[in-house]
Design a protein around this ligand. Structure first.
Ligand code: NAD
Length: 260
């Protein structure tokens, strides 16, 4: 199949729904084969089936990113099913609302386990496969909140800042193996994660209140991030590594919860 990522094999965590599902569809449309991993088995199977129904190569498997065993199985499946693994997208993530004072041990540990350790486990599992493939591209999903101070998401912001540090550290280690490692910092993207967050905001009425988070007057969806994912997954970004690409409609320059 022709396309910007023709022949590439991508493993995407947290891709049953939301941005990850969008990335899977877009990569397949550009010629890749994708393995979708998530905890949401039913939604993940549906996402993979919908890609196959359009003639694309997609397969779902259960992947808890906090499990090193699950990661080993996911990498092995990708190689067995589609051949050399050349793209990893560490996309799975969770968010919750609390600050340093109110964050429970459980919330802290779970957030770090999924958003931070999950990315480490993913890279540790995929790098040997990418060495076998002669190179690859790792794309770690951080968040634009790391560019600014954000109230009420202490554990989340901490974990997403660690993703940037891990990205730079890994990029510095694996350049000689032709493995590029970059991070993306999305702004406010309308996915189920944001629906859940909005439901948790006391007094917030989505019909009445806009969240003035950015300078561009648009509601972004996963597609607005998938374009950057395709660029980083493709050979168009051959000279690009160790970077954080902020795609946030200007949130980072406008200020979170500013007057807009
Ligand atoms: P989402 O909640 O729709 O998707 C996240 C997916 O991750 C879900 O399918 C969920 O089941 C999966 N997941 C959660 N824990 C997992 C685990 N332990 N193992 C495997 N999968 C797991 O949210 P989204 O907006 O699509 O988020 C995708 C990524 O983008 C996340 O890392 C998120 O933090 C990040 N992000 C989101 C926004 C936003 O505004 N939506 C902004 C910046 C960054």
């Amino acid at each position: 199949m022709a396309g910007r990522v023709a022949g590439k094999v991508a493993l995407i965590s947290g891709a049953a729904r939301g941005q990850g599902a969008s990335h899977a569809k877009r990569l397949v449309a550009e010629g890749a084969s994708v393995v979708i991993g998530d905890l949401r088995d039913e939604e993940g199977e549906e996402t993979a089936a919908s890609i196959r129904a359009e003639g694309g190569a997609a397969r779902y498997l259960h992947l808890d990113v906090t499990s090193a065993e699950d990661w080993a199985a996911a990498v092995a499946t990708a190689e067995e099913e589609y051949g050399e693994l050349t793209v990893l997208i560490n996309n799975a993530g969770i968010m919750s609302l609390s600050d340093a004072e109110s964050c429970s041990d459980e919330e802290w540990n779970r957030t770090i386990a999924v958003n931070q350790t999950g990315v480490f486990f993913g890279m540790r599992a995929a790098v040997p496969a990418m060495r076998r493939a002669g190179g690859g591209s790792i794309i770690n999903i951080s968040s634009a909140v790391v560019n600014i101070g954000s109230p009420g998401i202490f554990a989340y912001q901490t974990s997403k800042a660690a993703v940037v540090a891990m990205t730079k550290a890994a990029a510095a280690s694996y350049g000689d193996a032709n493995i590029r490692v970059n991070a993306i910092a999305p702004g406010l993207i309308y996915t189920p994660m944001i629906d859940d967050l909005v439901n948790d905001l006391e007094g917030y009425d989505p019909d009445r209140d806009e969240l003035p988070l950015q300078v561009l007057n648009m509601k972004a969806t996963g597609e607005n991030i998938s374009t950057t994912v395709v660029y980083l997954a493709s050979d168009e970004s051959a000279y690009h590594t160790g970077d954080l690409l902020t795609v946030d409609g200007g949130m980072s320059i406008g200020g979170l919860f500013s007057e807009g």
